[in-house]
Design a binder for this molecule. Structure first.
Ligand SMILES: Cc1cc2nc3c(=O)[nH]c(=O)nc-3n(C[C@H](O)[C@H](O)[C@H](O)COP(=O)(O)OP(=O)(O)OC[C@H]3O[C@@H](n4cnc5c(N)ncnc54)[C@H](O)[C@@H]3O)c2cc1C
Length: 453
């Protein structure tokens, strides 16, 4: 029997998609430069049993199976593989909120924003907030260990995962962790799956920790003539307090956002910094004042604070929209480097040097309080020379981060885009250990091969 025959025998007709027109949008994620393959079928699983069935067929035929959430990944992680099966979780949308235990049990196909909305109905909050929170899935967030804007104070996805249900490469289902806040029984295997980019198992349910909603935030906005000054302000702020967000946009990204959204942002500034405090009441004002002072001391050309929630949200929306707005300028190769906080000014200087050396435009945005930056290399993909320069710039930024004691990816994952830099960051011993873990969990190598590791 063929792969398609076996899928048809194991799953209902409406779960297995083979029409090339319907398959087409399932081939890509948002890494524009990754060329995806053509899957033999897309399985739109409704439940854990569907996932098990698809994995068993993939294992029997030794064909790749690519888990897919909403396809907003920026590293090629859910890009389809030739002749493989793409396993979409978009229909796995169960949700149960336990307001007393303050947990949510969610299907992987729910959008991050939907989990937030459901929690809010109980006065609760699911903090991890990638800029893409309205369009990305919780399963994708688990698999990439997504970060976001409030992570500087509240932590990243893995900090909110209490339990996981995972389908392994042979179709076995395992349930890891549970609803307890503390649990040190055995190895913390759920953390192994968080951030594993679909290469170790397929997440079919997650138990997430919720928090009480924070008070409304005060927002500080500051502009700088020089982006390195903004980097110095970030270092000072982080030495003094833990803001609820601390986000940076350089001139190119400010201009790109202003061109599209017309918000009245100052396109002549070298950089814009957004800081937030949600400590509440007088404490928020005190923290906002610390952020303002740090910006002024670093040479800000303009500093203002607002307690108006709508105004603050508008400014954060400007930051969240930065990637799509910069994408209006051309094809974008998105770096995702991280450095220790004191090295932020050095990283920004290094990126400027890379842009000059390679004659490329690099817009810089970042979750500055985490030392996590997205230098966006903009180029014309139809111009081979420009493409070659952009690829060089993309790699040189990662090299610079590594030279500063940093990482090649803070939250977007390795996918296919950054695999070439795994060796320089991890070294041979850690790569060998990683390969042993992969071999133990996926001996046939069917789970998202060629990605992440
Ligand atoms: C405009 C924009 C802004 C963004 N901002 C941020 C940001 O601030 N922070 C951030 O972290 N990311 C950000 N991202 C990247 C992206 O949204 C995240 O990586 C997100 O977590 C991906 O979710 P997804 O559902 O789209 O996953 P997909 O792209 O579908 O998949 C991502 C990876 O997860 C795997 N996967 C998906 N579902 C499962 C599952 N159930 N089990 C196992 N593996 C699975 C896939 O195989 C793939 O390797 C941004 C993206 C865009 C387009």
């Amino acid at each position: 029997m063929s792969v398609l025959d076996d899928l048809a025998a194991a799953l209902p007709a409406d779960v297995v998609v083979t029409d090339p027109d319907i398959i087409e949008p399932y081939r890509f994620d948002r890494a524009e430069t990754v060329v995806p393959g053509r899957p033999i079928a897309v399985v739109r699983a409704r439940c854990t049993a569907d996932v098990q069935a698809a994995v068993r067929v993939a294992a029997a035929h030794r064909v790749p199976i690519v888990p897919r959430g909403a396809g907003t990944g920026l590293s090629g992680g859910s890009a389809a593989i030739d002749g493989g099966i793409t396993l979409s979780t978009e229909r796995m949308r169960d949700i149960e909120i336990d307001p007393v235990a303050m947990v949510a049990v969610v299907g992987p196909g729910l959008l991050n924003a939907e989990v937030k909305t459901a929690a809010r109905a109980h006065g609760l909050w699911y903090p991890p907030d990638p800029s893409s929170f309205e369009i990305c899935s919780i399963g994708g967030n688990m698999a990439t260990n997504a970060g976001g804007l409030c992570c500087v104070k509240y932590g990243v996805t893995t900090d909110y995962v209490l339990g996981l249900e995972v389908v392994l490469a042979d179709g076995t289902v395992v349930r890891l962790g549970g609803r307890t806040i503390k649990d040190v029984t055995g190895y913390d295997l759920k953390r192994l799956f968080v951030g594993s980019e679909g290469t170790l198992g397929i997440i079919t349910s997650a138990t997430l920790r919720l928090r009480p909603l924070p008070p409304p935030a005060s927002t500080v906005v500051a502009t700088f003539a020089d982006v390195v000054d903004a980097g110095r302000a970030v270092t000072t702020v982080m030495g003094r307090l833990r803001p609820a967000a601390l986000e940076l946009m350089d001139r190119t990204s400010v201009r790109a956002v202003e061109a599209r959204l017309r918000m009245g942002l100052d396109g002549s500034c070298g950089a814009l910094l957004l800081g937030r405090s949600d400590a509440g009441g007088a404490q928020s004002s005190a923290e906002a004042a610390v952020i303002e002072a740090a910006c002024t001391d670093a040479g800000a050309t303009y500093v203002a604070a607002t307690d108006d929630e709508d105004e603050g949200e508008q400014l954060m929306t400007a930051r969240r929209m930065a990637i799509p707005c910069v994408e209006q300028l051309g094809t974008v190769l998105i770096d995702d480097v991280g450095v220790p906080i004191p090295r932020i000014p050095d990283l920004i200087t290094a990126v400027e040097r890379v842009a000059a050396d390679t004659a490329t435009t690099i817009a810089v945005i970042g979750h500055a309080g985490d030392g996590n930056f997205h230098p966006l290399v903009v180029f014309d993909r139809h111009d081979p020379a420009a493409t070659e320069r952009a690829e060089r710039a993309f790699g040189a930024v990662m090299d610079a981060a590594l030279a500063l004691g940093g990482t090649i990816t803070g939250e977007h994952g390795v996918g296919t885009l950054k695999r070439g830099w795994l060796g320089p960051q991890l070294g041979p011993e850690v790569q060998a250990l990683t390969a042993r873990i992969k071999q133990a969990l996926d001996p046939l190598g069917i789970l998202n091969p060629g990605k992440a590791v």
